[in-house]
Design a protein around this ligand. Structure first.
Ligand code: CA
Length: 247
């Protein structure tokens, strides 16, 4: 497609504690800069004594701050932003012993007039819905995703696997994190979804697809959170949607 009218993209974000957990360690934000570029970013924190909440907040705030202050190439901006978030979490954990061991996933979608990119560490996800089909744009850095990829377990076994929450990569684990940054094909009418495992772990991809394809972003966010809660709400649920105008 030609130059994107980024200002016309409709977005919505929402997060919910779910039905089981006492606190919400997920966080998400939307950012926009004067060049027109927009960023959705979502983080799912882990670690006791409020560590998870701190880690996801630091990640989202730091990634947003770097995005708002850089004017370089999208790929470099995303890499710098995730690196800075990783270092900021490690720094905070060093200064406050009660937060030691905190970490977080982070997934971001950057849309500029030049195109779209995802960045990902952990098992939060980005999807694209086009022509009533849904595509997973990111790879989970988790034990079960790896096992499915290698054909050792099936996707349905992965859903209930005892190690399903075990991550191979996250922000806050060690200095110099490896970040997946991918260019994403974007077309009129596309819908993008970012979500934590509290959503994708509760609902089948075809359900995500049906809601995204038919509802406006703010309704899609509300409906998906409701459905994840109806299905058990075992974890915090966070959902961000971007709708590219056109049919
Ligand atoms: Ca989670």
């Amino acid at each position: 497609m030609g130059t994107l009218d980024v200002a016309a993209i409709e977005t919505a974000s929402g997060t919910d504690v779910g039905r089981v957990r006492a606190v919400n360690q997920d966080r998400c934000e939307e950012f926009q800069i004067s060049t027109g570029a927009r960023l959705l970013v979502l983080a799912d924190g882990m670690g006791g004594h409020a560590g998870g909440e701190h880690a996801s907040r630091i990640a989202v705030d730091t990634i947003g701050e770097v995005f708002c202050n850089e004017r370089g190439e999208a790929v470099l901006t995303l890499r710098r932003a995730f690196d800075a978030a990783n270092e900021a979490i490690l720094r905070e954990a060093r200064h406050r012993s009660e937060l030691h061991g905190m970490g977080t996933t982070a997934v971001a979608l950057l849309i500029s007039p030049d195109g779209a990119w995802t960045a990902n560490v952990g098992d939060s996800r980005a999807y694209r819905v086009r022509d009533m089909e849904i595509d997973l744009l990111t790879e989970d850095h988790s034990v079960v995703f790896e096992a499915v990829r290698l054909g050792r377990i099936t996707p349905s076994e992965a859903r209930t696997h005892p190690l399903r929450n075990r991550l191979l990569r996250c922000l806050g684990l060690e200095s110099g994190v490896s970040v997946d940054v991918e260019h994403v094909d974007i077309a009129c009418g596309d819908r993008f979804l970012l979500c934590s495992d509290g959503l994708w772990g509760e609902l089948e991809e075809r359900e995500l697809c049906a809601v995204l394809a038919t509802e406006r972003p703010d309704d899609a966010v509300r409906i998906l959170i409701e459905r994840a809660n109806e299905s058990g709400g075992e974890d915090n649920i966070t959902v961000q949607v971007a709708a590219i105008p056109g049919s």
